[in-house]
Design a protein around this ligand. Structure first.
Ligand code: FE2
Ligand code: FE2
Length: 210
């Protein structure tokens, strides 16, 4: 389907990604792109939009494909690109560099893949942490990253996958909760945006699972 790039066709973007990602991450990215499109079909404005929702589907596809474009960089290259594009890092990101790929990914989507739509770039920027009151596209890419079909199976996944087509915000809450439990379990730090998101999306939770 159409990618929203000023410079490249879909075929060219797939080719570039295949070079930059390892096989597992490439397959995951395709999974996220298609899942994001299906979530946009369910929750987008296709029924009332003048273009029948085609642009929003392309936005979901483009953001999904590129969300992890900075995930497989060598440390040197990552550091070089952060310096080159003046990506400001928080202390948590400096300590845990795997968190940097979302921020840097948004920059590379623009600089290396020709994507200029700020909504797509923001969905890439926040796909790992989320934040409070996300836009539809941001919430969709954040969720698609968690539920796409190639994800390692977790007990909660079938419930979230079933719920998400009915109630996206409730599913976002469930994903945030799972993510925080997982990070705590592994003794990893929690980004401030994730905490803010969790507090915000609590209002959509089932009272029984709070
Ligand atoms: Fe990611
Ligand atoms: Fe991902």
């Amino acid at each position: 389907m159409q990618v929203l790039s000023e410079k490249y066709t879909e075929e060219e973007i797939l080719k570039k990604l295949r070079k930059k990602l390892d096989e597992r991450r490439y397959i995951h990215s395709i999974g996220v792109a298609h899942t994001a499109v299906s979530l946009m079909m369910a929750h987008g404005h296709g029924r009332v939009a003048e273009d029948k929702g085609l642009r929003e589907l392309s936005m979901a596809y483009t953001a999904g494909l590129l969300h992890d474009c900075a995930k497989c960089l060598e440390d040197d290259e990552r550091d070089h690109l952060c310096k080159k594009y003046k990506v400001e890092l928080t202390p948590i990101e400096q300590e845990h560099p795997y968190l940097i790929h979302a921020k840097l990914g948004a920059v590379l989507a623009k600089e290396k893949y020709g994507v200029t739509d700020p909504q797509i770039l923001s969905a890439i920027r926040y796909h790992t942490t989320g934040y409070e009151n996300m836009t539809l596209l941001e919430a969709i890419v954040f969720s698609a990253d968690f539920i796409e079909p190639n994800r390692k199976m977790l007990d909660c996944l079938p419930w979230i996958r079933a719920e998400i087509y009915q109630n996206l915000q409730k599913a976002v809450y469930m994903i945030l909760k799972q993510t925080l439990i997982h990070l705590e379990h592994r003794g990893q730090p929690v980004d401030e945006n994730s905490l803010k998101a969790f507090e915000y999306y609590k209002q959509f939770a089932d009272p029984s699972v709070l």
